[in-house]
Write a protein that binds this ligand. Sequence first.
Ligand code: FAD
Length: 410
Amino acid sequence: MSSYDVVIAGAGHGGAQVAIALRQAGFPGSVALIGDEPELPYERPPLSKEYLAGDKAFERILIRPERFWRDRDVTMRLGERVNAVDPVAHEVKTHSGATVGYGRLVWATGGSPRRLSCAGHDLVGVHTVRTRADVDRMRSELDRTERAVVIGGGYIGLEAAAVLTKFGKRVVLIEALDRVLARVAGEPLSRFFEAEHRARGVDVRLGTSVDCILGQDRVTGVRLHDGEVVPGDIVVVGIGIVPAVAPLRAAGAEGPDGPPGGVAVDAQGRTSLPDIFAIGDCALHPNRFASGAAVRIESVQNANDQATVVAKTIAGLPASYEAVPWFWSNQYDLKLQTVGLSTGFDDSVVRHDPATRSFSIVYLNNGHVIAIDCVNAVRDYVQGRKLVEAGAIVARSRLADAKVQLSELM
Ligand code: FAD
């Protein structure tokens, strides 16, 4: 049986960063990353952007080259899935039957794409966008694709719709709620992106739900609840993820049974089980930018910063997760940058005219700036970050005045 001082389950953004930060902190012990994908850790955001578009080769999205891991003596156990945890024996079991001992275990498994439960959900030609393999599979079908149906108007669905449109495909986007990005942004941003997609020919259907996916050998379309059939040569499903925490929950780690799911951790990333930490998309953590409430955040920033906190904690250095959340999305020539968490805002202010395609939306709660969405507005993003970090109280009229720089408002 092999054994390591630190075993990291999941070789994605968070898992890779734990190993990097452990070595940066001078941690001398043995470190192993166990990941179920066959590839070295790679960046996931390009999967629905440059990699899907064919603008970036896979080698360019690797988080670090192979020699980096070798030089730092990080053992890569790829294509191996952890399916059981024994917190008493300090061991994990992998799907191949191997037992691996650990001093500390970091659970960094992200999540699996939420799947539709309706008939036809598993037909050939129905795609999700979570892994390189998912995107390679989709790309291999694009030559024979004229029409695509995208289910889900969140970031991933919108980004996929933008790339498919760029490829000249006819895209129908189906969203169950009455606006796109409804769970993550205010109405002005939703309407802006909706209009941008429509202007490029995407047929955006709001308040629309799917009855079933049609097809025999492979997908031919989607039947909506009102009976309409939307033809499609491929279907892309982007309706969120389910945190991949089953083995850890089965071992006794605390976490909610219902949404938002995940495993509960404290400000150092510790789960309720001794010597077991969790980070990234699957970690339900107290976040000061959500007024201390426990949240799960699906972003590179969150995975990386939590990873660094856990690595420092393991290395015996003081650390606590307090980083300001930030996120980005690229669609067409639009770069959206978000700082803070807008959930729970009670007021919002639009700066600059969205018609110029360069504007921002400042979200307030009880007078405090809690988040800013910036579209092609890097200056607002950089300057507004300080307002969010400080939870600044600023008069609406000053925020709305585009002649006033956000840096003047601190
Ligand atoms: P992941 O990076 O998903 O890594 C988890 C790894 O663990 C995966 O390789 C998984 O296969 C593996 N695994 C799961 N279970 C097991 C197991 N039992 N044993 C071993 N291995 C296991 N964020 C942004 O901030 N900006 C963006 O623009 C953006 N765009 C995105 C676009 C796409 C298409 C996707 C999918 C995500 C995007 N995200 C973006 C989100 C971001 O990529 C995630 O938040 C981030 O990858 C989370 O890191 P993680 O380490 O928690 O999980």
